[in-house]
Design a protein around this ligand. Structure first.
Ligand code: SAM
Length: 484
């Protein structure tokens, strides 16, 4: 059977989409090739958030085409994901070696399209149309290729984004917000737990907007029943549906649809931990903050993308909150869970950002003391309002601000990680460390990686370790003190 190699660029949503495509292909008899050189099909799952990510994928495809076409002319080459969606046919016009361009609502057609191309029934395929119901098609899992037990899994709960931040291309590449139903998501989570998964991360562009537009207790439930043999999961989930069933986006007992989903997932027996990403700061209502106190499986970790510390810039970005509101959320979260790990995304050099605006971002960073932050140099994206705004900041200044912010983030990160030395903390053991497979790696509830000496039988266990050393955004546990 043909071997497929998928290379993924960008966020966790993209990783999850690639996993689902790979699992669908494996189910159809494809094998997973260990490298491009050994593959009959090479797919690049692309990112459009910054121009750099697009250029990297295009450059990669040019290299692959030049390399592969010389000796193996029959290899099928494809782009999928965000850049495929936003550029469509243009990609084949630019790179005629490409056979397949698959948009973000079409991942589940990958196997059928590849079959057609490999069988010679079709030459080139470009499919970037919208497809109702596609939000519920990212559901198959590989679980480490089934070779070993996978301890953690990502579950896609929604697709698209309606926030329209002025810098962001995502509403264009991912479309309007569409959410899966609670019974459907719970059924998938239960199936994962029955296969040994202990920790689930709920995924979406803005998870706190989950279910604002649908009736989350019934939509697509029949679809889930058709696909999942585990009917009990659905019956249980549906039995918990509020009665009478309410309309789209309904708040129940003061709980937003997202918090209702957290409650439903929390009930799954055998599941140890729940995470989610990415929320929007303005989605942190009191119901979500209280969920951290109420739900023991919801770990003490929050990724809160702040983007800027200046109210003027936040307004230009169309973020929908102020610096004060953001600081208020952080304060409430820390009051509820003092040990909560808080990370963020920050854009430097947004159009019109002055030195004073940037100083406000630095001061917010010092005030919050983030555990870590992803810093992005602003990148002009086509058809976004910010691309046309006056005061585009020269690259040199964006780079310089990036360096200054990085220095502050690293200094604070070091202090925060050092503070763990000597402390006992619970980790969920995920498996061998990527850097040194002789050692094991686990994660604290506040989302810090811990490397320690252990054995394969620790995989999937919740262990108390004592932290002996802190590296750059990694903790090390003393094997002598691991509870064996
Ligand atoms: N949905 C999340 C939200 O809105 O908070 C984040 C999703 S986005 C794919 C990941 C991060 O990329 C954003 O939080 C932002 O910091 C960054 N980003 C998005 N557009 C960008 C742009 N045009 N230039 C630089 N960074 C950008």
């Amino acid at each position: 059977m043909p071997g497929v190699f998928i290379k993924t660029y960008g966020c966790q949503m993209n990783e999850r989409d690639s996993e689902a495509v790979a699992a669908q292909l494996v189910a159809k008899g494809y094998t997973l090739a260990p490298s491009e050189a050994a593959a009959d099909v090479i797919l690049l799952n692309t990112c459009s958030v910054r121009d750099f990510a697009e250029q990297k994928a295009i450059g990669k495809m040019q290299n692959i085409a030049a390399d592969v076409r010389k000796n193996r002319p029959d290899v099928v080459l494809g782009f999928m994901g965000c850049m495929a969606q936003s550029r469509g046919q243009e990609l084949i016009d630019k790179l005629p070696d490409v056979d397949l361009v698959l948009g973000t609502q079409k991942f589940h057609h990958a196997a059928d399209y590849l079959d057609e191309i490999l069988a010679g029934r079709r030459d080139k395929i470009v499919d970037v149309a919208a497809e109702p119901g596609s939000e519920a098609t990212i559901r198959e899992h590989l679980l480490n290729g089934n070779a070993q037990k996978s301890v953690t899994a990502f579950v896609s709960i929604m697709q698209g984004c309606n926030q329209y931040c002025t810098f962001c291309i995502v509403p264009d590449t991912r479309g309007e917000e569409r959410s899966r139903s609670i019974p459907d998501i719970v059924a998938e989570c239960r199936q994962l737990v029955s296969q040994g998964v202990k920790e689930i991360t709920l995924l979406g562009q803005i998870v706190t907007s989950y279910g604002k537009r649908e009736n989350i207790w019934t939509a697509a439930a029949s679809e889930a029943r058709r696909r999942f043999s585990d009917n009990d999961a659905l019956v249980v989930a549906e039995a918990k549906a509020p009665s009478p069933l309410r309309s789209a986006g309904a708040v129940q007992n003061g709980k937003s649809p997202f918090v209702q989903l957290l409650d439903a997932v929390h009930e799954i027996e055998g599941l140890e931990r729940i995470r989610f990403t990415a929320p929007h700061p303005k989605g942190y209502g009191d119901d979500l903050i209280q969920a951290y106190a109420r739900l023991p499986k919801l770990v003490e970790s929050a990724h809160l993308p702040v983007q800027s510390g200046s109210d003027r810039v936040l307004k230009l970005m169309h973020r929908g909150y102020t610096r004060e509101r953001f600081l208020g959320i952080v304060k409430k979260l820390r009051r509820t869970k003092p040990d909560i790990g808080i990370t963020t995304d920050i854009i430097v050099g947004f159009p019109g950002e002055t030195e004073d605006d940037f100083e406000q971002t630095l001061s917010l960073t010092r005030e919050v003391r983030f555990d870590n932050a992803y810093i992005f140099k602003y990148s002009q994206r086509r058809d976004t309002p910010a691309a046309e705004m006056p005061g585009q900041v020269p690259l040199k200044i964006r780079e310089e601000r990036n360096q200054r912010l990085l220095k502050t983030i690293n200094e604070i990160g070091k202090q925060k990680y050092d503070a763990f030395i000597g402390r006992r903390t619970q980790i969920l053991v995920e498996g061998p460390s990527k850097k040194n497979p002789a050692r094991l790696t686990g994660r604290t509830r506040c989302n810090k990686i811990v490397v320690f000496d252990g054995s394969e039988r620790h995989r999937g266990q919740l262990l108390d370790v004592k932290i002996t050393r802190a590296g750059s955004f990694t903790l090390y546990g003393d094997p002598a003190i691991v509870n064996l």
